[in-house]
Design a binder for this molecule. Structure first.
Ligand code: NAD
Length: 351
């Protein structure tokens, strides 16, 4: 691998302003530009650079080729009993998912639970963001997500990419403490993390990627060859099973499209099934808190300074604290690609 390209450190507020400037120039309303900026910079703050401002070039390219529809309005396809099924119309995922979650939160406040479907949205980014939105409203949430794009992950037992990295997330609010947020791709590595490694000029860990010939590789460029390589599911058949559930529940159940053939368009389309439950309405808020506290104390009882035992969501909060104070590292190649995306919509410089 070539040597790593130098990283620059950018304050989060400056990065937010840059995103707003680029999306405003592309034609987004102020609300849309701000929601994209908040989401992408939050992903960087939480250490998921794969879903941060490095997505700008793909989003802008998709806006220019029409596979991402700016200023789309979320439409409600089914509103019946516990179901709120929305269609994103290839609109900006950071707006479509926020508005779909808001609709579900409102329904769950009335009835105690809501099953929210969001189909046919452009890329909705870091799924934990949506679990955090629900947790802030006091709700637990479970999210199954599929991806329709260039297939990136081989089925367990296969060598050719057939599906996306199909993420899964759960959010559990806690009284007086930050929520537990389980949030991961069902591939051993998220595809964006392979792109980040490529941009930084570093290898990826062994056991995550096969080249186009089906041989194990640590070279991130092998995912992007023609024909492409393939990531593998995490946890062998178990991760594969969860990926299948994300594909069929996240999309097929709610009237969305599955990845059932090669890439058809340029966009990155996500569909998501979210199950929202109010512990208050269920009458278990106090026991949920007590039992969660007891459980966390127990599982962490052998933790020492040298061997921390973390809850899902802790690493992101720790990274957030550090990056909020010190800034967000952006590698030179990613910075150049963002600059080129800015120029393509008439922004001459990243000020
Ligand atoms: P990851 O492998 O970094 O795993 C993250 C999860 O593991 C988090 O819940 C984190 O808190 C937890 N975790 C990490 N280290 C831990 C530790 N030591 N102890 C306890 N818990 C720990 O995540 P990933 O698979 O690389 O996914 C990155 C992001 O990409 C996610 O936010 C995901 O939603 C997003 N994603 C989005 C799409 C999409 O199409 N929109 C597709 C794939 C992934």
């Amino acid at each position: 691998m070539s040597s790593a390209s130098a990283a620059m450190i950018v304050p989060p507020d400056r990065l937010r302003d840059i995103v707003v400037t680029i999306f405003s120039a592309a034609g987004s309303t102020d609300r849309e530009a701000r929601l994209v900026a908040d989401h992408l910079v939050e992903a960087n703050l939480r250490g998921h650079d794969s879903h941060g401002v490095g997505m700008i070039p793909a989003y802008i390219a998709n806006a220019l080729d029409g596979s991402l529809v700016l200023n789309q309005t979320l439409s409600i396809a089914v509103d019946s009993g516990p179901f709120v099924i929305c269609d994103g119309g290839s609109g900006v995922g950071q707006v479509m998912a926020r508005d779909a979650m808001e609709a579900g939160i409102e329904r769950a406040a009335q009835t105690g639970a809501c099953i929210v479907g969001l189909r046919n949205s452009h890329h909705i980014g870091r799924i934990g963001h949506w679990a955090e939105q629900c947790a802030t409203a006091g709700l637990i949430s479970i999210h199954f997500v599929n991806v329709v794009s260039t297939p990136a992950v081989a089925p367990f037992g296969g060598t050719k990419a057939r599906v996306g990295t199909n993420p899964f997330a759960v959010g559990i609010p806690r009284a007086g403490k930050p929520p537990i947020v389980v949030d991961f791709a069902t591939s051993r590595l998220a595809a964006g993390k392979v792109q980040v490694a490529l941009n930084k000029g570093v290898s990826i860990p062994e056991g995550a990627l096969l080249d186009a010939g089906g041989h194990p590789t640590t070279d991130p460029s092998d995912l992007f060859t023609d024909p492409p390589g393939a990531l593998v599911p995490f946890g062998e058949h178990k991760g594969w099973g969860l990926s299948v559930a994300c594909e069929l529940l996240g999309a097929a159940l709610i009237g969305g499209k599955t990845q059932s053939g090669p890439k058809r368009g340029n966009g990155i389309i996500n569909s998501m099934l979210s199950i929202l439950v109010s512990p208050d309405r269920l009458g278990t808020r106090a026991s949920l808190d007590d039992e969660t506290n007891a459980f966390v104390s127990w599982v962490r009882s052998e933790a020492t300074r040298a061997s921390a035992i973390l809850m899902p969501g802790d690493p992101e909060r720790e990274t957030r604290q550090w990056r909020k104070a010190h800034g967000i590292p952006i590698d030179a190649r990613t910075w150049d690609e963002i600059g080129a995306a800015a120029k393509s919509v008439g922004v001459p410089r990243l000020d």
